[in-house]
Design a binder for this molecule. Structure first.
Ligand SMILES: *Cc1c(COP(=O)(O)O)cnc(C)c1O
Length: 496
């Protein structure tokens, strides 16, 4: 199976080449040319018994093998074994908890307490093998722009991985205190972290412009360096996420929560559209997902798009208590549109040009005919805080502010439509990762900093604090540097 660019201007490449490259040379995103099918009558077959016996590993291995055909079974097994180990605080890796009438797929049991660990703990293993497969002998430098959670998960995944350097840029005033601490205290000889004076878009644009700077790429190549990405534009980050939808559907059947072959809905708190696209890929594999619910906060570009077919970023950017969803340009939507258009790269290029120049595009008939399997909704901040508090007060189940957005959107949807299909809600972060907003939602009163809120929530709820967030305020700061966005290129030069 080959990978092609969504913008039609680059040749087909192997999975290994797509993973090493990150972004396609025409600035499109790599997508699988054809979508594999594992389940159902015309499926290729999937060993469900193996998932019952070997748990998450087996779901991950079988899913990855379906997409990454140039990797052998034993290679994929090595990757999964290295990634999903005791870094996770439960052998289930991604457990499902029933609460509030729904099923919460807890994706935050890894070392950084957010769902980015699910993919970023395996990406370094995949990348290392991929580099070897394509006989790339240059040093791989991973450039990452982050609004908070990706940065730490990428640092944790790539720290001290031989043959790599990892460089992370974050908006110095645009991440939570916990997120910032997690990044600037990261140990590892190949680790570089820079705050940017600016917002996430500045960091993202700076990094993207380096990817499209041919001169700079040549200069780096002369020094035996090649750039790659750990953002969800990298297909190596997206495919591992498909596995947890496969795994949890099987788990629900094994637990007797759903009948054999019963359809479910999936609801995802969405930012860059990566996680929900992974659910759509799972559906294409044959997992019977009836509806995909795309949940947004006040930055509801996607809600409007799914309802009208017009994607319009010309609006106010709102800072919310679910900052990882504060995003106006959801990169991975480009992949979905490519698939829905039947692989029409020219059409995608037109839309993306319009987005660049006009700040908007109209997907026309593409949206009307094909997006009906999606439902989109948005939840205002105070409503989702109230639902978070209610779930704790009534059922003693604590969720974070991003998950609360999804939970609220799902409740509204079920009420509006009367669709009571059993629903899996992606729970994307530990409540302790956004402790200030969670504490305020619970009515716990003000504290002077995030770390005090962690302690306060622990005292009030007794819910254990993830090990990665313990004693964070006592770890030494190793990367205090803050730079202007015009200095991003220099920072890369200094780091490699
Ligand atoms: C990254 C992130 C999201 C958004 O996921 P996308 O794949 O970008 O849509 C939601 N919640 C949390 C906690 C995140 O870290």
């Amino acid at each position: 199976m080959k990978y092609v660019s969504t913008r039609g201007g680059a040749g087909a490449v192997s999975a290994a080449e797509a993973i090493v490259a990150g972004l396609a040379p025409d600035r499109g995103l790599y997508v699988p040319e054809t979508l594999p099918k594992l389940f159902g009558e015309d499926g290729d077959g999937f060993d469900m018994a193996a998932v019952t016996q070997r748990g998450y590993y087996s779901a991950a291995e079988q899913t990855l093998l379906a997409y990454f055909k140039d990797f052998s079974r034993s290679e994929i097994e090595t990757c999964a074994a290295g990634a999903y180990d005791e870094k996770f605080d439960t052998p289930e890796i991604a457990p499902v908890t029933k609460a509030g009438g729904a099923y919460f797929l807890e994706l935050w049991h890894g070392s950084t307490a957010a769902f980015k660990d699910m993919a970023l703990s395996i990406l370094p293993y995949l990348l290392k093998l991929a580099v070897h497969k394509i006989r790339e002998d240059k040093k791989i430098v991973i450039l990452t722009a982050t609004s908070g959670d990706t940065g730490k998960a990428a640092l944790a995944g790539f720290a001290d991985v031989p043959g790599t350097e990892i460089i992370v840029f974050y908006p110095s005033d645009g991440v939570s205190a916990v997120q910032k601490r997690q990044m600037i205290t990261q140990v590892g000889a190949n680790v570089h972290v820079f705050g940017i004076r600016g917002n996430f878009d500045d960091a993202q644009t700076g990094v993207k412009s380096i990817f499209s700077d041919r001169h700079f790429a040549e200069e780096l190549a002369a020094h035996d360096v090649r750039l790659s990405s750990a953002n969800s534009i990298n297909i190596g980050r997206l495919i591992p996420q498909v596995a947890y939808y496969v795994n949890s559907w099987i788990r629900l059947m094994v637990a007797g929560e759903i009948a054999k072959g019963e359809s479910i809905n999936v609801c995802v708190p969405t930012g860059n559209f990566g996680n929900i696209l992974a659910a759509w890929y799972a559906k294409q594999l044959g997992v019977p997902i009836a509806r995909l619910l795309c949940a947004s906060n006040e930055n509801k570009v996607l809600t409007d798009f799914i309802r009208t077919g017009v994607y319009d970023t010309k609006r106010e950017f709102v800072l919310t208590s679910s900052p990882s969803m504060d995003i106006l340009v959801s990169s991975n939507l480009e992949r979905l549109l490519w698939h829905l258009s039947g692989g029409d790269g020219e059409r995608i290029l037109d839309m993306m040009r319009s987005l660049d120049t006009e700040g908007s595009f109209d997907a026309g008939d593409l949206a009307h005919s094909s997006l009906s399997e999606f439902h989109a909704g948005h939840a205002p901040m105070l409503r989702s805080h109230a639902e978070l508090a209610r779930l704790w007060n009534e059922e003693r189940y604590l969720i974070d502010t991003h998950t609360a957005v999804a939970y609220t959107v799902w409740k509204d949807y079920a009420e509006e439509t009367g669709d009571h299909t059993k629903t899996l809600i992606a729970s994307t972060a530990s409540p302790y990762k956004f402790a200030g907003s969670v504490a305020i939602s619970l009515g716990l009163g003000r504290e002077e900093n995030e770390f005090a809120y962690i302690e306060k929530i622990r005292e009030h709820t007794g819910v254990p604090v993830p090990y990665g967030l313990m004693n964070l305020d006592k770890k030494p700061v190793l990367h205090g540097e803050v730079i202007f966005k015009s200095d991003i290129k220099n920072a890369v030069k200094r780091s490699v």
